[in-house]
Design a protein around this ligand. Structure first.
Ligand SMILES: Nc1ncnc2c1ncn2[C@@H]1O[C@H](COP(=O)(O)OP(=O)(O)OP(=O)(O)O)[C@@H](O)[C@H]1O
Ligand SMILES: [Mg+2]
Length: 463
């Protein structure tokens, strides 16, 4: 990015941490869910394992006992049968009886290690015991007790759990690290964007994003650059308008100064001269000669009154507040009619279009004022028609006023002058949310149409 200073964004970092936290949470949740499912499965599998070990052992013992009938030494064979279970990881087998002292060992060597008690409780498989009485050749040889030992199986599962956990840790640690680094890189463009926005906030509209962003953010990139370009354009336009405003003010002041000088100055001088003449005639006692300069003073004063009124009219529309829009425009027309009696001025104002507030009235007045002066300065028309009507809400439901000023002069030339009049009209109308259209018919005149929407309250009244 061009022209952007370093300003590391803390927002991106916190978002990054939040994202990584979310990933860790998902890992932990899947671990908890996986662990629960694995425990349930492990419990079922230990249960099944114990069950089948017990069933096989029962079958073996039953066969062994059945074979005792053919044995010469039943006690010895019985002990061998029990001894054959030595080393079985899932079963403890013991022989008991009145004259029997020997029992098979219940646990094998693996049983030395143990899973934590809480894990054994979690798996929840309890040892089960079966006692098989032994009778052969009419004698009672006691009973063989088979007892399942889930301990070893649970230990095995515990060890597998440990391995899986280690594997998961080995997998998730680099994954989280990768995600952390990746998110950091992915958020970098947003950081640049934030710095760009900060520059724009500071009034530097020349800033642009130049590096391409990932496809997901490319619209942001384009929108940012478009926004910056538009702001730059608007800033230039604003500067231009301010300059125009200042130069218009200057122009207005110099026109007033010229009018004061040209129109007021000579008449004040004339009054002064006439007053001196009256004084001289009075001193020399020629009273009848006073009448002429006195009449001249009266005429000069009347002319001055007229001039002052006209200048005030330019500064503030005469009678707009006091007599209403219609009277003020009629006054304006009168002003021009005196200077151009050959032109036919027409004025039509719908009664419901009047009195729509000072802002709307002044806007309409200024547009008419500029249109009249444009038509007279540039068009040499023989007729000018002004119409103001009220339009009821149509498609968009908004009521409004429609002002048209039509002249039958030359129309706009192929190379119109670059003044501020039309521009100013457009700005005034835009400020009220309306629109302005200028339609020129070369050789046949010009039509200016201004659409001014009425505020909601005004619309309600107009219904
Ligand atoms: N009624 C009209 N008939 C013919 N040409 C017109 C008419 N109105 C405007 N124009 C043309 O459009 C140009 C722009 O008008 P605009 O009012 O913006 O500026 P201007 O009258 O030249 O100067 P300014 O209003 O700033 O004193 C005029 O210079 C003129 O060429
Ligand atoms: Mg003009």
């Amino acid at each position: 990015m061009r022209g952007v200073g370093r300003n590391p964004g803390s927002t991106a970092l916190s978002l990054r941490l939040r994202l990584i936290g979310l990933v860790a949470l998902v890992f932990a949740a899947s671990l908890a869910l996986g662990g629960t499912l694995a425990c349930l499965n492990a419990s079922r599998s230990v249960e099944a394992e114990m069950h089948s070990a017990l069933a096989v052992a029962r079958q073996t013992v039953a066969l062994g006992i059945a074979g005792l009938d053919r044995s010469d030494d039943k006690r010895r064979d019985l002990e061998r049968l029990v001894a054959s279970f030595r080393g079985n990881r899932h079963l403890g087998v013991s022989l008991s009886g009145e004259d029997s002292a020997e029992t098979a060992p219940q646990r094998d060597a693996l049983a030395l290690a143990a899973a934590p008690r809480w894990f054994e409780r979690l798996i929840g498989v309890k040892p089960s015991r079966v006692v098989i009485p032994v009778a052969a050749g009419g004698s009672d040889y006691g009973a063989i007790t088979l007892e399942t030992v889930p301990h070893n199986e649970i230990l095995e599962i515990w060890n597998e759990f440990g391995d899986s956990l280690l594997l998961l840790a080995l997998f998730s640690a680099p994954t989280m690290l990768l995600i952390y680094v990746f998110i950091g890189r992915a958020l970098r463009p947003l950081d640049r964007l934030a710095r760009g926005l900060a520059r724009i906030g500071g009034g530097d509209y020349a800033v642009r994003l130049e590096e391409r962003l990932p496809p997901e953010l490319s619209r942001l990139h384009d929108s940012f650059n478009r926004m910056a370009a538009q702001l730059a354009g608007m800033a230039t336009e604003n500067r231009g308008l301010t300059e125009q405003l200042l130069s218009l003010q200057e122009q207005e002041r110099s026109e007033l100064a010229r009018d004061l000088h040209d129109e007021i100055g000579p008449f004040l001088f004339a009054i002064n001269v006439d007053a001196a003449a009256i004084a001289r005639q009075a001193e020399s006692g020629r009273l009848p000669a006073i009448a002429a300069p006195a009449a001249a003073i009266g005429e000069a004063a009347a002319h001055l009154q007229q001039q002052v009124k006209s200048m005030l009219g330019r500064l503030r529309p005469i009678g707009l507040a006091e007599f209403g829009l219609g009277a003020a425009i009629a006054n304006l027309i009168e002003f021009w009619r005196r200077r151009h009696p050959e032109i036919d001025f027409g004025l039509e104002i719908a009664p419901e279009a009047e009195g729509r507030g000072e802002l709307i009235d002044t806007t309409i007045y200024r547009i008419v004022q500029e249109c009249l002066s444009n038509a007279l300065r540039h068009g040499q028309p023989s007729a000018i028609a002004i119409a103001l009507c009220h339009r009821r809400g149509e498609g968009d439901g908004r009521d409004g006023l429609v002002l048209t000023v039509r002249d039958d002069g030359s129309g706009m030339s192929a190379r119109p002058g670059a003044g501020y009049g039309l521009l100013g009209m457009g700005e005034r109308v835009k400020a009220l949310g309306g629109s302005l259209a200028v339609t020129s018919d070369p050789g046949a005149g010009l039509l200016v149409t201004a659409l001014l929407p009425l505020p909601a309250r005004e619309r309600a009244e107009a219904l």
